[in-house]
Design a protein around this ligand. Structure first.
Ligand SMILES: [Zn+2]
Length: 115
């Protein structure tokens, strides 16, 4: 599972809303009750950079098993300790450099969780 912030706009009354979920489902308009609205935009927020004290950053990741909540956890290094970065740029650079490995690890975890 990934984690998404889904943005909706009602095609009948033009109201907008957003909802967080582990997929990009249709939703119902809270204003007029119109159903089957598809999100016009979905942000993948599976991985988030978190600001820590002193300008440091860590990386939060929604585990493959998250369904009802993102259940964010610190991304950990090979030593099992949470990864801490000097700033957001360093965290972004790490994510870019390790994108393939992170994606492969998530895929493996999802296979394990869902078969
Ligand atoms: Zn509506």
């Amino acid at each position: 599972m990934a984690w998404f912030v889904n943005h909706y706009r009602c095609s009948r009354c033009d109201s907008t809303w957003e909802d967080e979920w582990s997929s990009c489902p249709e939703d119902e308009c809270g204003e007029c009750g119109s159903r089957h609205m598809d999100p016009f935009e979905s942000e993948d927020v599976t991985i988030q950079i978190r600001d820590l004290d002193g300008g440091l950053c860590s990386i939060l990741v929604s585990p493959a098993t998250a369904e009802e909540d993102p259940e964010y956890e610190d991304m950990r290094g090979d030593d099992g300790e949470p990864l801490i970065f000097a700033d957001r740029n360093a965290a972004v650079a790490y994510l870019v450099a390790n994108a393939d490995a992170i994606a492969a690890a998530r895929e493996a975890a999802e296979d394990e969780a869902y078969g």
